[in-house]
Design a protein around this ligand. Structure first.
Ligand code: HEM
Length: 261
């Protein structure tokens, strides 16, 4: 009711998709992210195929509308952005829009849930944790460190390399476990404890290097805005039931977080 609706509304508004489409965007994206999962069935694959076709057809209609009638939204900017005489093709516009819509909500939804749970589990006083902007920012960063929504990304070695005593040859596939880096005892003292006032390394929840999350500023902004509002409006917020962790491989998040206040 809370975590689901905010990120999809924000990203739809930014791109220029009517926000009433939120529930439909969810249905499409939930259908095709099943392609990332182990043990998927033929039926789920066909459903994913159907969803991606419907999703791209829908995005094409919005692109056509914006071409005819430009607005001040991201989609219009993407249509008109020119680089060395080149524009994005129709296919590039569709896939970029879909990747932004998808990336723009799934991870942030999970991180809102993870943050609320982490804060409640810590027993910290929300009035203190969200005292002002600087404190709020530290609280948000610490929840991102200790309970990141995206745990693993993969890379291929383009050339032989030796890193921390591990040898890689060209073509090796490497899994980077961001969540483990966030709990590295060489970087964070007492890494499993929630300590928003720690002044140590930055967390790696948004990755690093050339693929560093393009949406990090937006996700951070959303978290810094919505968490203080939730805790302020629902004073005495507490867990009503044991949180239900989502049984998926590609995200670390919750299926349900039942609360009382
Ligand atoms: C708490 C929320 C989020 C988390 C934890 C997160 C995490 C990440 C991580 C770890 C990567 C790096 C992937 C890699 O190394 O291959 C990434 C990439 C990316 N993220 Fe996010 N993300 C979040 C929110 C968002 C939002 C709101 C958007 C869109 C507005 C977004 C769009 C993207 C895109 C497009 C990439 C690919 C960047 C590239 O390959 O150059 N993310 N994200």
């Amino acid at each position: 009711a809370f975590a689901d609706i905010i990120p999809v509304t924000m990203i739809a508004r930014m791109i220029g998709i009517p926000e009433e489409m939120g529930p439909q965007l969810f249905t499409w994206s939930h259908a095709y992210v099943r392609m990332y999962m182990f043990g998927r069935t033929r039926e789920q694959e066909e459903e994913a195929e159907r969803a991606s076709k419907e999703f791209s057809d829908y995005v094409k209609t919005v692109i056509a509308e914006r071409r005819a009638e430009p607005r001040d939204d991201l989609l219009t900017h993407m249509i008109h952005t020119e680089h060395k005489g080149q524009y994005l093709t129709e296919e590039e516009l569709v896939s970029t829009t879909i990747v932004l819509l998808n990336a723009g909500h799934e991870a942030t939804v999970h991180q809102i849930g993870n943050s609320v749970r982490t804060i409640l589990d810590s027993g910290g006083d929300p009035a203190e944790l969200f005292r002002d902007e600087a404190t709020t920012e530290r609280t948000v960063e610490e929840t991102l460190r200790i309970c990141a929504p995206v745990h693993i990304f993969q890379r291929w070695a383009l050339e032989p390399a030796e890193i921390d005593g591990v040898s890689f040859k060209r073509g090796d596939k490497v899994s980077l476990i961001l969540a483990a880096a966030n709990l590295d005892p060489a970087k964070f003292t007492d890494p499993l404890t929630f300590k928003p006032d720690r002044n140590e390394a930055a967390n790696l929840s948004f990755g690093a290097g050339i693929h560093f999350c393009i949406g990090a500023p937006l996700a951070r902004l959303e978290l810094n805005v919505v968490l203080p509002i939730l805790f302020e409006r629902l004073a005495g917020l507490r867990l009503a039931k044991t949180p239900v962790v989502k049984d998926v491989y590609h995200f670390h998040g919750l299926d349900r977080l039942d609360l009382q206040w």
